[in-house]
Design a protein around this ligand. Structure first.
Ligand SMILES: [Fe+2]
Length: 152
């Protein structure tokens, strides 16, 4: 379980780095509502990473917190739609990882406390997926310009 949690940890840390960076990108571009949203998201992702690290320690392990791969560079030049699509893919990857971890915790280990911790992360991750899906749908419906005007 410790190894599996350590494999998941970089996904949460990557999400934290990505959202902290995107908050700065949106702030720089003047989209203050999105900048604020991402500031909160970055905090939330750090909280997820901290929960995973705490659980690893509770199980007697050490968190391996150095990410395998850093987030893709150059996002400051990406369009809002590209950022949302990338974030949606990131969160779906996180959800897949959580689903597999929960299955391992339940079926292989009967580790109900790890199951419990991971399910709180699932709920937030599903909210994030819903958020990006909704933003992309709004852009499709009202057009990018109208969408961005609402984010100023
Ligand atoms: Fe997360």
């Amino acid at each position: 379980m410790i190894d599996a949690l350590n494999k998941h940890l970089p996904l949460e840390l990557n999400a934290h780095l990505i959202y902290a960076g995107q908050s700065a990108i949106f702030s720089y571009r003047g989209y203050t509502k999105l900048a604020d949203y991402y500031k909160d998201s970055a905090k939330e992702e750090l909280g997820h990473a901290q929960k995973v690290m705490k659980r690893i320690q509770q199980l007697g392990g050490w968190p391996d917190y150095v990410p395998d791969a850093l987030p893709v560079k150059g996002q400051s030049k990406w369009s809002v739609r590209e950022l949302f699509e990338a974030n949606l893919a990131t969160e779906q990857k996180v959800l897949d990882s959580l689903t597999k971890l929960i299955q391992a915790a339940d079926e292989d280990e009967q580790d109900w406390e790890t199951d419990n911790v991971l399910r709180t992360l699932v709920s937030d991750t599903e909210d994030d997926i819903q958020f990006y899906t909704a933003q992309l749908a709004q852009i499709e419906e009202i057009g990018l310009q109208n969408y961005l005007t609402a984010q100023l």
